[in-house]
Design a protein around this ligand. Sequence first.
Ligand code: CUV
Ligand code: SF4
Length: 626
Amino acid sequence: MAPNEDILEKSIDPTVAPLLERAKELNIETAWDRLEAMQPQCGFGELGVCCRNCNMGPCRISPFDDAGPKKGICGATADIIVARNIVRMIAAGAAAHSDHGRDLAHTLLLTAEGKSGGYEIKDTEKLGALAAEYGIDTAGRTKEAIALDLAKAIYAEFGKQEGPLQFTRRAPKQRVALWQKLGIDPRGVDREIVEIMHRTHIGVDNDPVNLILQGLKASIADGWGGSTIATEISDVLFGTPTPVRSEANLGVLKEDQVNIIVHGHEPVLSEMIMAAASDPAMVARAQKAGATGINLSGLCCTGNELSMRHGIPMAGNFLQQELAVITGAVEAMIVDVQCIMPSLGPLCECFHTKFISTSPKAKFPGAVHMEFHEEKALEIAKEIVSVAVDNYANRVPEKVFIPSDKTECMVGFSVESVLKALGGTLDPLLDAIKSGAIKGIAGVVGCNNPKIKHDHGHVALVEELIKNNVLVASTGCNAIACAKRGLMLPEAAEMAGDGLKAVCQALGIPPVLHMGSCVDISRILTFCAAVANALGVDISDLPVAGAAPEWMSEKAVSIGAYVVSSGIFTVLGTVPQVLGSPVVTEVLTSTANDVVGAAFAVETDPVKGADLMIAHMDEKRKALGI
Ligand code: CUV
Ligand code: SF4
């Protein structure tokens, strides 16, 4: 039976409709059903005008009727409440990315001290480059000794009370000077997040603009601090990505193998699960259980991390996590932190799937908790994998339904590998931009959100960009959407405008570059900074733009804030919860231009969103005289 209209409307991904149909047959709910049950969503919340910051409240401002309250009990206006709420979202998002960075710093520290259970320093070249940035002596020293100093220096960044974060100094000097002038050149990551929580407490900062500036400051600490730390140390420990072939979508699951999915964000866990799953003894154990082998794949950013370094297939993006379980073919869903739906617990109970949580920071109802510690990483990873292998015997063949769809992709475009593809210098790229062969560069990132037809926002926006000769750098769930669509193959150059097509064909690269996970948006920042520095201009002068067509998470709010703070115009495809405040809306979509040289636009139509980005690039090109 063909899926009904309603289901076909939910996604452009061919795996989604049949699995939602299957869910219906089995009487299983998904995020799409819960979104429907949630209608109408709270109008106050949508506008950002409800406040629960103290127990005189909750308060809400009524924009709907003139007689309704216009102030909270403390006197806070809609502008104050909205500003406090959005800035708290930035604090949470920055905290998530930065804690991820901190975990990597911890792993590097243990590894340098010889106390980690199985990690090693893989990229000594990058280690040396980072040591140089931090002014750490490398001559005649072991990689462990250098790594120890680096780990300590980076650890100290988080609590720094005064003085700047080292990696912010990658930004062009004009940008740093602007941040200093505005008082938003961040100190320690933790410091800035704490200050947001302090300032948004009742009766502290009640100036919406002053609040937003602190939000931008914390977000810069996320992008150029916490996220960059996460990326750089991951590269040191696990290798800097280079182009590699991989594949994406639920068709990567295998009927005759033990299917293990790692889901979440930090490579610290997934790298070890990968090592354990390829252990010959573990494979033999799977074969003894009747499977032909162990098939590892990833979801969300963990998928990106494994794919870009090892070519491990990506099972799907955020909205496919429930669908993966509904295939009935997953022996274990192993998770760490972030973007893991708590619905997975009850859902896995409808199947034989073991839902295994591993982080002391993230426990879930219905999950088996097998706590992961870096000191015994490989040992614990093997225990976890053996639970998955032994669970193969419990699979119910009648319940198995794996869609056949999967697409090949080329992933792993770190800044280093892009430079290599260019022949070791930015010049060919700069020439292509100057000649107009490439109109500009777009960073397209972010989640899925069931409010938008799944993957349609991502794909329609990206396809419009490449058609117009815009080279796309992609991360997060956008990267997975593009991979599934076939946009990350060199052959996809055929879909690009003539200029971009020629450049891609000459270099053998796809028109959409997989630059990694969400924290790897730091790679896009580093890249933009390098281009700006090469041209002797600020990032805000470049023909570049950002977009988050289907964003939903607080991390995405922080990302948007640091991208704009870095001088990059950004289009949001879902409406942020700020429209209840005229002041906040005006600051974010307009005044910001005069302050940081960039602003947000909200456009729910992805093609129109792309057109806004293209118009912006045209304007910047004109100003540069190219
Ligand atoms: Ni952050 S992009 S859902 S997993 S934050 Fe998670 Fe990476 Fe969005 Fe996707
Ligand atoms: Fe209401 Fe003010 Fe308390 Fe918020 S801080 S709940 S607006 S009284």
